[in-house]
Design a protein around this ligand. Structure first.
Ligand code: APR
Ligand code: PHB
Length: 398
């Protein structure tokens, strides 16, 4: 592949945000080059959440990458909340007048986007090192990087910073131009992937005195489970047996009995964080996805928020190149942030409702636990409360 030295949109990062943006722009004949610091295998090795909102599915359809998702994805019309030793179903479909979500791993979404891009012969530079961004406050932005030991330059009209939480894009903006909001939660999630049938057809979110647990899946024979753990825990301290024992204790008796265990294929601990950067555009640099915001995984909003940013960004760039209007560019940040804050609020609320917090916090200790039980009982009884939850879970409109 001859690596171009000029493009219309330089995309930093080949995660779901960068790849989806690349596909949506390609459909409109807008050129883009993606610069990714890792290898394709490394990018595909990351295991993340797997619940797609209907609007995310529609965007993947529009990008032309939804065939396998339709074949292999699992439509879910509800999920269970488990507390006090019993499960209570949240009927998403009924409560939202027909909406549902699709369980399909982020890794698979990324793989489909990568294959599609490769099939179209669109340029992606993997192992692009020392990526640095220049001139985005003017009219001629440039991205410099090293590739196979050679210095390279990519000039462009716009830069899309899709390089995740630790990327170079947000870090290139002067600190005085940014407001960053952050909360780190006082616990982590220990996750296990196992080649076993899921314990139930739908997801189970459990609030237990010993901490949160989640039963999820990737397919009919691949399960994904999580238990809340201490941030001090090391993954090596958790044998498979200890994990299964802890998960079983945190479920209702019927689920505990039905649980099929097996060797873990993957086991990792992830911290939980809420983070929002404002604004999300600086001149000709746009931030999208995890580069701009992080939500705790309770409710699986991360990938869906990345998709909505990309929807606003691709529309703005298409409007610029096709209609000569910068209206979408000027409103990009405000449009994204309106949705980002609502999803951040929901993820924070769902996290607060389901996890055991330390005594020192209002939602912690024995009193916090009793308050959670009261709210969960209210949810189980109130159609209005369930509707609020369902509407947010299936995803707010763009
Ligand atoms: N230069 C080039 N590429 C970089 C750099 C850099 N300096 N820093 C990071 N990257 C790459 C990473 O290697 C990664 O492949 O940018 C990509 C960012 O991808 P993600 O972290 O997956 O972020 P995003 O595409 O926004 O996807 C958001 O990921 O964490 C989940 O819940 C989140 O599902 C959501 C999704
Ligand atoms: C997952 O399957 O990894 C998953 C599902 C739902 C969540 C979080 C993670 O809320």
């Amino acid at each position: 592949m001859v690596i171009p030295s000029h493009t219309q949109v330089a995309i930093i990062g080949a995660g779901p945000s960068g790849l989806l943006l690349g596909s949506l722009l390609a459909r409109e004949g807008i050129d883009a080059v993606i610069l990714e610091q890792r290898t394709p295998d490394y990018v595909l090795g990351r295991i993340r959440a797997g619940v797609l909102e209907q609007t995310t599915v529609e965007l993947l359809e529009r990008a032309g990458v939804a065939d396998r998702l339709h074949r292999e994805g699992l439509p879910h019309e509800g999920f269970d909340l488990c507390f006090g030793g019993a499960r209570h179903r949240i009927d998403l479909k009924r409560l939202t007048r027909g909406k549902q979500v699709v369980v399909y791993g982020q890794t698979e979404v990324t793989r489909d986007l990568m294959d599609h891009r490769q099939g179209l012969g669109l340029p992606t530079v993997y192992e692009a090192e020392q990526v640095s961004l220049h001139g985005f406050d003017g009219t001629k932005p440039v991205v410099r990087y090293m590739h196979q030991g050679q210095p390279r330059e990519l000039s462009c009209d716009f830069i899309a910073g899709c390089d995740g939480f630790h990327g170079a894009s947000r870090a290139s903006v002067p600190a005085s131009a940014l407001t960053q909001h952050e909360r780190v939660y006082p616990f982590g999630w220990l996750g296990v992937l196992s080649r076993t049938p899921p314990v139930a057809h739908e997801l189970i979110y459990s609030n237990h005195e010993r901490g949160f647990a989640l039963c999820s899946m990737r397919s009919h024979n691949l399960s994904r489970y999580y238990v809340q753990c201490s941030l001090q825990d090391q993954v090596e301290q958790w044998s498979d047996e200890a994990f299964w024992d802890e998960l079983r204790v945190r479920l209702d008796p019927a689920a505990a009995q039905a649980l099929v265990t097996g060797p873990s294929i993957e086991k990792s601990i992830a911290p939980l964080r809420s983070f929002v950067t404002e604004p999300m555009r600086f001149g000709r640099l746009f931030l999208a996805g995890d580069a701009a915001h992080i939500v705790p995984p309770t409710g699986a909003k991360g990938l869906n928020l990345a998709a909505s940013d990309v929807h606003y960004l691709s529309s703005a760039l298409i409007e610029h190149y096709r209609q000569g209007s910068d209206h979408g560019i000027e409103h990009y940040s405000a449009r994204c942030l309106a949705r980002v804050w609502k999803a951040s609020r929901f993820s924070w609320w769902f996290t607060s409702l389901m996890h055991r917090f330390p005594q020192s916090e209002l939602s912690g200790g024995a009193m916090g636990y009793r308050l959670q039980q009261a709210e969960l009982e209210y949810l189980a009884q109130s159609e209005a409360a369930q509707t609020v939850m369902a509407e947010n879970y299936v995803g707010l409109p763009f």
